[in-house]
Design a protein around this ligand. Structure first.
Ligand SMILES: [Zn+2]
Ligand SMILES: [Zn+2]
Length: 287
C-alpha cells in the first residue's frame, strides 16, 4: 500500500534573476527615489511576464557608506552615500530575495567578512570590476588607457576573481569574464582565452562556488553572454553550478534575453539552476 506522504517530490522548473539593481548606476539615483514599493512592483511585473519566479535585488556595495571601511577608492567615495542597513530592511519588506553585489578587494577579506556578517543576505554576488585601482569596465578609471599589456590585464583579472572564489566570501561569481566587456573596442590578447580562464576554473572546481550566467554582456559592446561558451564548457567539466541573472538596472531589463541564455545553458548540457535562501543553495530544474 502506498502512503500518500511518500509520493515522490516533484521539482518545479525555475528561472532566477538574482543580480538585479533597483536603480541606474548614476550617483544622483537616490534610495528615496528608487527603494520604493512602487518601483519594486515594476520589477515584479516584468518578472511575472517573463516567467522569472525567483527575483532578488543585489545593489552595489559601494552605494553605501559602510563600503568605505572596505575600500577608500575615489570612485567609491563619490557613490557611497546610502545606508546598507536601510537597504536590507527595505528589501526584506518586499517579496524580493535579499542580495548584495560585493566587489572583491584583495587584502580586505576580513573587512568584507565583517560587513557581510552584519546582515541576513539570501546570497552574496562577488564581482571584480577593478584590477588594482583601475577599472576594466568603466571609462572614468579605464585600465586600458594605461598602456598595460592586455595579456597582463586578462591574467590579473582572472587571478583576482579566482582569489575571490577562494576567499569563501561569495555564493555567486558575477559576470565571470567581464574583462571582455568592450569587445573589439579595447586590445584583446592573442592567446587562446582558455589559458587565462584556467586559474579561475581551478578555484571554481575547488570551492564549488556558483557561476553566474549573465545576459548583461548582450547589452554591452562585446554583445555576448557572460561567460563565453569556452568558459562555460570548462565550468561544466569542473562540475560547476550556475545561477542565471540579467544584471538589470531598470525594470524592463529583468529577464532580458533569457531565451538566448536558456538555449546556451541547454547547449552546454546544463539542466539545473542554483536557488538561494539565507545563503543555502539548492538546485532546481531549469525553467
Ligand atoms: Zn558588476
Ligand atoms: Zn551588477
Amino acid at each position: 500500500m502506498l502512503l500518500s506522504g511518500l509520493r515522490p517530490l516533484t521539482k518545479i522548473p525555475v528561472l532566477t534573476d538574482y543580480h538585479v539593481h533597483l536603480r541606474p548606476d548614476d550617483a544622483d539615483a537616490t534610495a528615496e527615489q528608487y527603494f520604493t514599493i512602487e518601483n519594486v512592483d515594476r520589477y515584479l511585473e516584468v518578472a511575472g511576464e517573463r516567467g522569472v519566479e525567483e527575483l532578488g535585488a543585489s545593489e552595489h556595495v559601494y552605494r553605501f557608506t559602510e563600503a568605505l571601511e572596505v575600500w577608500d577608492h575615489e570612485f567609491w567615495r563619490e557613490y557611497a552615500v546610502g545606508s546598507l542597513g536601510e537597504y536590507c530592511d527595505f528589501v526584506r519588506s518586499t517579496p524580493l530575495r535579499l542580495g548584495l553585489e560585493m566587489d572583491f578587494v584583495p587584502g580586505r577579506e576580513d573587512r568584507i567578512a565583517g560587513l557581510l556578517d552584519g546582515h541576513d543576505f539570501d546570497y552574496v554576488v562577488g564581482s571584480v570590476h577593478f584590477v588594482g585601482d583601475r577599472a576594466v569596465d568603466d571609462d572614468a578609471y579605464d585600465i586600458w588607457d594605461s598602456g598595460t599589456d592586455p595579456e597582463r590585464i586578462w591574467r590579473r583579472y582572472f587571478e583576482t576573481l579566482a582569489e575571490a572564489a577562494r576567499s569563501g566570501l561569495y555564493d555567486i561569481l558575477a559576470h565571470p569574464d567581464l574583462v571582455k566587456v568592450w569587445g573589439r573596442g579595447r586590445p584583446v590578447p592573442d592567446k587562446d582565452p582558455r589559458f587565462f580562464y584556467e586559474p579561475l576554473i581551478e578555484a571554481i572546481a575547488d570551492t564549488g562556488v556558483t557561476v553566474e550566467v549573465s545576459t548583461a554582456g548582450l547589452r554591452k559592446p562585446v554583445a555576448e553572454l557572460y561567460p563565453s561558451d569556452a568558459f562555460a564548457e570548462m565550468c561544466v567539466d569542473a562540475g560547476a553550478a550556475f545561477a542565471l541573472s540579467s544584471d538589470a538596472h531598470l525594470p524592463e531589463d529583468v529577464g532580458y534575453a533569457y531565451d538566448r541564455a536558456v538555449e546556451a545553458l541547454r547547449g552546454w548540457g546544463v539542466n539545473e539552476l542554483a536557488v538561494f535562501e539565507r545563503r543555502e543553495r539548492r538546485m532546481e530544474p531549469l525553467g
